[in-house]
Structures are given as structure tokens and as C-alpha cells.
Design a protein around this ligand. Structure first.
Ligand SMILES: O=C(O)c1ccc[n+]([C@@H]2O[C@H](COP(=O)([O-])O)[C@@H](O)[C@H]2O)c1
Ligand SMILES: Cc1cc2nc[nH]c2cc1C
Length: 349
């Protein structure tokens, strides 16, 4: 274990802002069973062997259940990229300089990034949320990343992602150093060996991995005894994009918007809600399995089965955005296929 020089930071005395978040978490609706049943009934009539569309059938049913309507749609899909800056990036935990985060925000604005191409190719909306990237959060090995007020306010800002009639939300992120933050959160929430939650991120070498492990261990030590509450873990060893993603997923649940989660980082943010309430991610699907070590473990822990596995490790919502194509295909088949009766195709003998 690395040596920590300072004392354990005491709990935040300002109790109020998280109470508002907790109140929302306490009133998360369940799925609309009638809409799900309606999809199941129609699936049974469509011209295909029963169950032959596999997960596409499950997706159509899941979408209807959480959109709370019998005929699901993917007419207004949106990719939300939440960008944060992290004090821990100064510890040599990324293969790229911290300045890349703001440079990539410019690239997103001018349509130069991978996510712009994917959104353009498949007609997905894209919104980028700059979460005060000019002011990195404190290095979490030394201090809490956020105050309670800041963390709650950032969650509230993330809720904006579903404004304007979105019917499917992809949560993605950008933030140099944030795979270290994701590993710290995962280790705080689920325990286990720190090394099992740490991977190469943007491509660090063995020494980089060792620095990441050391940073996570130092953070866990610094905040020891104060990580049992998932929201406390989020504000101490998380970061702004993690808080905003949590808020976006929660708002989506409340407003009937299903969610596609992108890679390791976005999944670690989602894990905070899951640790708070194991049913909190029922309206979410994992878009893909990232090549980042730890993502597979995290997905398993959250009982999420990724739609794609393309060895991607980019972030910026890219794997989630690609998975929307599968969801769109599920809806197209469900709504556009003929029934056995309509097409005069013989049913099972
Ligand atoms: O989410 C993932 O699966 C993922 C895996 C590797 C890298 N990333 C992206 O790369 C950045 C973080 O990597 P790093 O090495 O700076 O911690 C951040 O901008 C993420 O979007 C994302
Ligand atoms: C160039 C670059 C682009 C990214 N997009 C998401 N994370 C990223 C990290 C880097 C380094």
C-alpha cells in the first residue's frame, strides 16, 4: 500500500443537497408491464420462428416497458457527452496530457471526432456538457473531488440531457485521467483487488498502470470509512462527469427514457446508482464491452449484458452510439414486419 501523509477526511457536514437526490431515487418508477405485454403479443404474430430475433425481441420489449408505450420508437436518440477534468491526472495516470480534454471539446464542436462521424452516419443527436473543465476537481488522493453541493448540482445539470423530447439516451464522457477515477469508484463500491479494476486507459505502459493502482489505493486510504454510501463515494473519489451521468440516468428513469451506457467510465458512473438501489439500472442497456480491463468485471457485477464487443476503448459515447443501431433495428423489425395473417405465411405446424 502506498503511504498516505494526511488524515482521513471527515464526512461533509452539509447534509441537504443529497437529500434531494435521495428523494428522487426513492420514487423511481418500475416498467410499464402493459406495454411490455403488448410487444410480446405482437412479436408472437410476426413472420419469423418464435424467438428467432433473439435479443432484438428483448430490446423491443424493454424499450416499450421503459418508454411506457406499446409501440416503441427510436426517433429522437441523443448521445450526451459529459466532460470533466481531474486533479489526479497530474499523477501521470494517462498516456495523454490533461489539455486533451478541452481540445477534444473543440473537436466535438467542429465535427472532427469519432463520435461526430458515428452520429452523422446514423442520425443521432449529440450534446456535449462541459463540466467546468477549466477547473479540475481536486486530486482525490488528497481531498474529496467535490463538495456535496457541487456533486448534487452536477447531477442536476446532467438531468438536462433528456430535455427536448429524447426517446433514447446514450451516456458517454470525456476526461483525461477518468479511467483512474472509474477504477477508484468501482473499487470503492464493490471492493476486491484494486489491480483488478485498473487497466491501460488511453494506453499507459506498465509503470503507468502501477501509478494508477497507487493513486486508487491512496484515494481509498484517504477516504477510508467514508465510502459506504454510494453518493459519498461519488463525491469523494468520483468526478463531475460521473455525477452528471448519474443524474442523467436518474432523470431518464423518471421521464420514461431508456438509456444506453457507453464504456468502462460511463458504466462506473452508472454503478453508483446500482450500488444505491440494485434496480436503478433496469431501464439501461450496456452498449458495448470496452477493451478496458475491468469493464467485463463491472458489467458482470451490474448484471448488464453488452450488445457489442468491438475491442473499442475510446469513450466519448462511441460504443453506446453504435449500439443504438441495434436498438433501431429491433424497433424497425417490431413495428415494420408483417404478421403471419397479413403476409399469408403458414404458422408452425
Ligand atoms: O470508457 C471506456 O471504456 C474508456 C476506455 C479507455 C479510455 N477512455 C477514454 O479515454 C479517456 C480516459 O483515459 P485515461 O487514460 O486518460 O484515463 C477518457 O476521455 C475516456 O473517454 C474510455
Ligand atoms: C485523443 C483522445 C480522444 C478521446 N476521446 C475520448 N477520450 C479520448 C482521449 C484521447 C487522448
Amino acid at each position: 500500500m502506498p503511504q498516505s501523509t494526511g488524515a482521513v477526511i471527515p464526512p461533509n457536514p452539509t447534509g441537504l443537497p443529497f437529500d434531494d437526490i435521495r428523494a428522487l431515487l426513492a420514487r423511481m418508477p418500475g416498467p410499464d408491464e402493459a406495454s411490455a405485454a403488448s410487444v410480446r403479443a405482437r412479436e408472437a404474430e410476426l413472420i419469423k420462428p418464435a424467438g428467432a430475433l433473439g435479443r432484438l425481441e428483448e430490446i423491443a420489449e424493454w424499450l416499450a416497458a421503459w418508454q411506457r408505450k406499446p409501440t416503441p420508437t427510436v426517433d429522437r436518440p441523443l448521445v450526451a457527452i459529459f466532460a470533466g477534468a481531474h486533479g489526479v491526472a497530474a499523477r501521470g495516470v494517462s498516456a495523454y496530457p490533461a489539455a486533451v480534454t478541452r481540445q477534444m471539446l473543440d473537436a466535438f464542436s467542429s465535427g472532427q471526432a469519432a463520435i461526430n462521424q458515428i452520429c452523422g452516419a446514423f442520425g443521432l443527436g449529440l450534446k456535449v456538457f462541459d463540466l467546468a473543465t477549466e477547473k479540475p476537481t481536486p486530486d482525490f488522493t488528497e481531498d474529496a473531488a467535490m463538495t456535496e453541493a457541487e456533486c448534487a448540482a452536477t447531477m442536476a445539470y446532467g438531468m438536462e440531457a433528456i430535455a427536448g423530447g429524447v426517446d433514447l439516451l446514450v451516456v458517454g464522457e470525456m476526461g483525461i485521467g477518468n479511467t483512474t477515477v472509474a477504477s477508484a469508484l468501482a473499487a470503492a463500491l464493490f471492493g476486491g483487488d484494486v489491480a483488478d479494476w485498473v487497466g491501460r486507459g488511453t494506453g499507459v505502459d506498465e509503470e503507468g498502470v502501477a501509478r494508477k493502482v497507487a493513486a486508487v489505493e491512496a484515494a481509498l486510504e484517504r477516504h477510508a470509512g467514508n465510502l459506504d454510501d454510494p453518493l459519498e463515494a461519488l463525491r469523494r473519489v468520483g468526478g463531475r462527469e460521473f455525477a452528471a451521468i448519474g443524474g442523467a440516468i436518474l432523470a431518464a428513469r423518471l421521464e420514461g427514457v431508456p438509456v444506453v451506457i457507453d464504456g468502462f467510465v460511463a458504466t462506473a458512473a452508472a454503478a453508483v446508482l446500482h450500488a444505491y438501489d440494485a434496480s436503478a439500472l433496469a431501464h439501461c442497456v450496456a452498449g458495448h464491452k470496452s477493451a478496458e480491463a475491468g469493464h467485463k468485471r463491472l458489467l458482470k457485477r451490474l448484471e448488464l449484458k453488452p450488445l457489442l464487443d468491438l475491442d473499442m476503448r475510446l469513450g466519448e459515447g462511441s460504443g453506446g452510439a453504435l449500439a443504438v443501431t441495434i436498438v433501431k433495428a429491433a424497433v424497425a423489425c417490431h413495428t415494420g414486419m408483417a404478421t403471419f395473417a397479413e403476409a399469408a405465411v403458414s404458422e408452425k405446424g
